[in-house]
Design a protein around this ligand. Structure first.
Ligand code: FPP
Length: 242
């Protein structure tokens, strides 16, 4: 692309921990969900940048299994935002998901979600299931330890039914039972909000990911910072333990 400020290798797959919505809202004396509303807008903007740079797979941490402990009102407002966004994807063919041909998938323990949110998510998944240009995984009701535990349970079931032998289990076979099956492991994981940890995000898939920590709160994450993180990624030599 003519105005692409990134020359050279662009990551195929990235993960984003969108942290700092509430802190930004507090800074402006706003209710926490105002921060989440800004967070949704920022995600749309970041997806524009990803399509501009040709980043094909994006996995974002939108709601962890621990986030179910948020105050009741905040929880309800976040669920309302998710539902609205999923229904927009499902019903509005002018939504960017259709414009860019993005396959949208929810990853996580979806049975923990309120029925209406889960149904809206499934409608968005159905409406975008044939797209292959870009892939957006929304980690909602997600935990990395839970993902591995759920995969173990499925593997154990297969063994119990005699369809898999314990000696045949290896990393490749195991990974087919994870929620992210089909998405390449992220080359790069970015966390906004100033904390330096993974907080139970993509524990299996982050084995060789480059990590980038950004001080900006998620709603203030700028294109300039994104470009500088991507340029830094290009400079790092990836050795995969060799
Ligand atoms: C992190 O900030 C964000 C969340 C816990 C959830 C909300 C995420 C979004 C609204 C963006 C995704 C939107 C869609 C439609 C998938 P925080 O509340 O933990 O911030 P803090 O660290 O300042 O408390």
């Amino acid at each position: 692309m003519a105005d692409n400020p990134l020359r050279g290798h662009v990551p195929l797959s990235i993960g984003i921990i969108m942290d700092g919505n509430r802190r930004l809202a507090r800074r402006f004396n706003l209710k926490p969900w105002k921060g989440h509303e800004m967070g949704v807008k920022k995600l749309e903007e970041v997806l524009d940048w990803c399509s501009e740079f040709g980043i094909k797979y994006v996995t974002v941490y939108a709601f962890s299994t621990e986030n179910f402990n948020r105050p009741r009102r905040e929880f309800k407002m976040i669920m309302k935002l998710f539902k609205e966004e999923f229904l927009k994807i499902a019903n509005n063919l002018k939504h960017k998901a259709h414009l860019y041909k993005v396959r949208v998938r929810g990853i996580g323990r979806r049975e923990m979600l309120p029925d209406d949110v889960r149904e809206a998510m499934e409608k968005a998944e159905e409406a975008t299931k044939s797209y292959k240009d870009y892939f957006l995984n929304l980690a909602i009701a997600y935990g990395g330890q839970q993902e591995i535990t759920d995969a173990c349970r499925k593997v154990a079931e297969m063994v119990k039914k005699g369809r898999l032998k314990p000696d045949d289990i290896n990393e490749k076979i195991f990974s087919h039972f994870l929620y992210l099956n089909g998405t390449p492991s992220p080359d790069l994981i970015i966390r906004t909000g100033g904390e330096h940890r993974l907080s139970n995000f993509l524990l299996w898939h982050s084995a060789y990911s480059e990590l980038a920590f950004v001080d900006e709160m998620w709603p203030e994450f700028s294109k300039e910072t994104f470009v500088s993180v991507l340029k830094d990624f290009q400079r790092r030599q990836r050795r995969f333990g060799r």
